[in-house]
Design a protein. Structure first.
Lengths: 294, 285
């Protein structure tokens, strides 16, 4: 009988240790990823110099005098991210507002289900859509230099891609504002529009902001849709209709072919990308934790 | 006075009109993508394209096999680890312990890492360090780390929604903690856990940036073992799209879209069905 209890006690201990190991695994993987990136990236950055790397404007890893400046790609990344956040954010937030009060409830359910479904569409399908539909359209009707590939087309497609995220989180945060505010505003004589735009939207602003940050993060990290539309020349983006290259597409295009210092340069740009997305994550969690305090 | 009031009213009404226009634009854009895929893809899907040999005409059979392998590998690794870590986080630690906070931060960070960085990591560790070359196993393991946050977070949520009375009842009957977890807590949360696994499968289906650096994009050969290089459906779309097979790209996109929709429907149905007929429903309390 005693041995039976002992068996149970040992089983409890073993299982607890197993659960602990599993929980520890995420921390372990994160550390491993950082170790691999930093171990390969940081020495390279210090070898060629941080400012030569980040502010260098020539990316020519295969030429005789190799040069590894990623400044153009950082600027292109910022351009694409900002522009797609502008497109997707504006459209998404206003869509969420309309779904919140201005559209009959029976349509809202259908529309928001549709939008949720669209959040699951693989990014490479967005890329294909961009390549076969948006790029020719921009080339023929919008672009001023006859080039369809580039920042503008990419941002349009990424804007659509991040739309579902922004709509659903903004709508959630609008819905979580107490309806007493709305009723109070109406009781004080505000019209429906004023109550929504002046009372409810400001009350939900931290959630809306969080949704935009999340969308920005997705646009920043997107790779496949981008390589299919951005064009890919590593030059300075002097116009939004120019074919350029972002950090992510640079990594995807080069990692299989490059080796040695050039591969280290890609890993180092992965480190830079990692740092960017970490900043976005931290600001997202700060907003979330502030929201919880309130 | 009156005119300024009127001006304010028109200002906000125009905002309302703008928001209605936004809905229409969003819907056109989103429905447009689906319509684009269906219209271009549906006529190019043939039996040979789906299951034929990749000899002279392109076929996505290698990609179907590759995708299945990737789903299998990543789930076999990530499902137990993800579910067990959720169990540890909900059943063994309290919400404010430091360990819990560290794990939570690392899960959030993992969830926010761009997929190309995962791809780079997978390339460095599996292709270069382990010297496996391009392999489905390397891609699947990288994907496993990537879907871990999805599984942990939603499993944790469904474990937390199991009421404490059930655990206490089980203890009162003399069950040990581990027995309670396996016989009471996990079965009660099963619908949420299964939904999280289905969503993880959806993530594997749609991922391509990781795979382009880890599994090699060999589109014309059916992978023989886990260590062979291969391709996936999403990667095939990129390949066909970029290398001059627009019809094949659209057809593959159609197939992938259908699969993703089915996965979503399945997740929805599981959530609904198991909640209704499952062991535990909130109405009982």
């Amino acid at each position: 009988m005693l041995s039976f209890y002992k068996f149970i006690a040992i089983r409890e201990k073993i299982m607890k240790a197993t659960f602990f190991m599993c929980a520890f695994f995420s921390l372990f993987s994160l550390l491993l990823i950082m170790l691999y990136l930093f171990m390969n990236g940081i020495p390279f950055i210090s070898k060629i110099g941080f400012s030569n790397f980040v502010f260098g404007t020539l990316w020519a890893p295969l030429s005789d005098v190799a040069s590894y400046g990623i400044f153009n790609m950082i600027i292109a990344t910022l351009y694409v991210t900002a522009l797609s956040t502008l497109f997707g954010g504006t459209l998404g937030v206003f869509t969420a507002i309309a779904l919140y009060k201005f559209i009959p409830k029976k349509f809202v359910r259908i529309i928001s289900q549709l939008i949720n479904l669209l959040a699951g569409i693989p990014s490479v399908i967005y890329g294909l859509f961009g390549m076969r539909f948006v790029v020719p359209f921009v080339r023929d009707y919008i672009s001023n230099n006859g080039v369809g590939y580039g920042i503008f087309s990419t941002s349009l497609v990424l804007g659509i891609m991040i739309l579902p995220t922004i709509v659903s989180i903004s709508l959630d945060s609008l819905n979580s504002v107490s309806s007493k505010f709305y009723e109070g505003a109406l009781a004080l004589g505000a019209t429906k529009e004023i109550a929504v735009f002046k009372i409810m939207v400001p009350a939900a602003k931290s959630g809306i902001f969080a949704s935009i940050i999340l969308g920005t993060g997705r646009a920043l990290g997107e790779t496949m849709a981008v390589i299919m539309i951005i064009g890919g020349s590593p030059q300075f983006p002097s116009s939004i209709f120019e074919s350029v290259r972002t950090l992510t597409s640079n990594i995807a295009m080069g990692a299989n072919e490059l080796s040695g210092d050039a591969l280290s340069a890609l890993i180092a740009s992965g480190v830079i990308l990692f740092a960017f997305s970490l900043m976005l994550n931290i600001s997202f969690s700060l907003i979330e934790s502030k929201k919880k305090e309130n | 006075m009156l005119s300024s009031q009127k001006r304010i009213k028109t200002h906000y009404s125009s905002l309302k009109v703008f928001s209605l226009i936004s809905v229409i634009i969003s819907l056109i854009a989103l429905v447009g993508i689906i319509a684009f895929v269906i219209i271009n893809g549906i006529n190019n899907v043939t039996y040979d394209f789906l299951f034929g040999k990749y000899d002279n005409t392109p076929s996505i059979y290698p990609a179907l096999i590759g995708t299945l392998n990737l789903i299998l590998i990543s789930l076999v690794v990530a499902a137990p680890i993800g579910i067990f870590s959720a169990v540890f986080l909900t059943e063994y630690t309290n919400l404010n312990s430091i360990f819990m906070k560290i794990i939570r931060v690392s899960i959030e960070t993992l969830a926010g890492i761009p997929s190309i960085v995962y791809g780079l990591f997978g390339y460095l560790i599996f292709v270069v360090s382990f010297n496996w070359g391009y392999s489905l196993l390397g891609g699947g393991l990288t994907l496993a780390i990537m879907i871990l946050p999805v599984i942990v977070r939603s499993t944790e949520e469904s474990l937390l929604s199991v009421p404490n009375e059930l655990r206490e009842g089980s203890y009162a009957l003399g069950a040990s903690k581990v027995r309670t977890i396996f016989k009471v807590v996990i079965p009660c949360a099963s619908s949420g856990i299964i939904t999280s696994l289905i969503l993880a499968i959806g993530r594997v289906l749609s991922e391509s940036a990781v795979l382009i650096l880890t599994i090699g994009m060999v589109v014309n050969k059916v992978p023989e073992t886990f260590l062979s290089a291969g391709t996936s459906l999403a990667l095939d779309i990129y390949y066909f799209g970029s290398y001059g097979y627009p019809n094949e790209a659209a057809a593959t996109a159609f197939v992938l879209l259908i699969l993703v929709l089915l996965i979503n429907l399945l997740a929805y149905a599981v959530g609904k069905f198991l909640k209704k007929g499952g062991n535990y429903s909130e109405n009982n309390y």
